[in-house]
Design a protein around this ligand. Structure first.
Ligand SMILES: Cc1cc2nc3c(=O)[nH]c(=O)nc-3n(C[C@H](O)[C@H](O)[C@H](O)COP(=O)(O)O)c2cc1C
Length: 169
C-alpha cells in the first residue's frame, strides 16, 4: 500500500479480533514511531508496548474514551516530554505508527485527552516529567471496515488556492 492509499483509507478501529499481532509487525510499528522526525531531532518521546492482558484491561479502565483498549491484543502508550514541541512531535509519531499498522491490515485508534491519562504514569512506571499523550490500541479489525468511506469536510471548505477564501476546486 502506498502512503496516499494508506492515508485515503485509514479509519479509526475500535473493535479487534482476538488474534495476536506478530512480533515483527509490533517491531515495525514501534520503529515507525522511533524513526519519525521531531523538532530539532529531539525525539522527546517514549513508547511502551503493552501486551499483557491485565495491563490492557487496566488501561481500558483508565481511558474513559477508550474502554475497548481492554480487548486489544496490543497497545502502545506514547509519553512525551512536556516541552513546546512534545505534542506535535508525539502526534507525528502516532500517525506514523497507525499508518504502518494499517498498511499491514492492523487497525488502531488514538485514545486520549478525555481520560485520566496521568494515572497511566503510575500504572506503567512512567516518570512524572513525561506526559501520556495517547494510548494506541492495535488489532486486526473485528468487522470489515469501510476503507476510504470517510466523513470529512469537502476540500473546498478546508483548502484555498493562493489566498484564503478562494476555494481549491
Ligand atoms: C487527537 C485525537 C484524539 C482522539 N481521541 C479519541 C478517544 O479518546 N477515543 C476514541 O475512541 N477516538 C479518539 N480519536 C479518534 C477520532 O474520533 C477519529 O479519528 C475521528 O472520529 C475520525 O474517524 P475516522 O477516521 O474513522 O473517520 C481521536 C483522534 C485524534 C486525532
Amino acid at each position: 500500500m502506498d502512503v496516499y492509499e494508506a492515508i485515503r483509507t485509514i479509519l479509526a478501529v475500535r473493535q479487534y479480533q482476538d488474534k495476536p499481532i506478530p512480533d515483527d509487525a509490533v517491531r515495525r510499528i514501534v520503529e515507525a514511531g522511533r524513526l519519525t522526525a521531531s523538532a530539532s531531532n529531539k525525539q522527546p518521546w517514549h513508547f511502551i508496548v503493552v501486551q499483557e492482558r491485565e495491563t490492557l484491561r487496566r488501561l481500558g479502565a483508565i481511558a474513559r474514551s477508550g474502554a475497548y483498549t481492554a480487548q486489544a491484543p496490543l497497545a502502545v502508550v506514547v509519553a512525551v516530554e512536556q516541552t513546546p514541541f512534545g505534542v506535535s512531535d508525539g502526534s507525528l509519531a502516532i500517525h506514523a505508527m497507525m499508518l504502518t499498522a494499517w498498511a499491514e491490515g492492523i487497525g488502531s485508534n488514538w485514545v486520549g485527552f478525555a481520560g485520566r491519562l496521568a494515572e497511566v504514569n503510575g500504572l506503567l512506571g512512567i516518570p512524572d516529567q513525561l506526559a501520556v499523550l495517547a494510548i494506541l490500541p492495535f488489532g486486526y479489525p473485528a468487522t470489515p471496515v469501510g476503507r476510504g468511506k470517510k466523513n470529512r469536510k469537502p476540500l473546498a471548505d478546508v483548502a484555498s488556492r493562493e489566498r484564503f477564501g478562494h476555494p481549491l476546486a
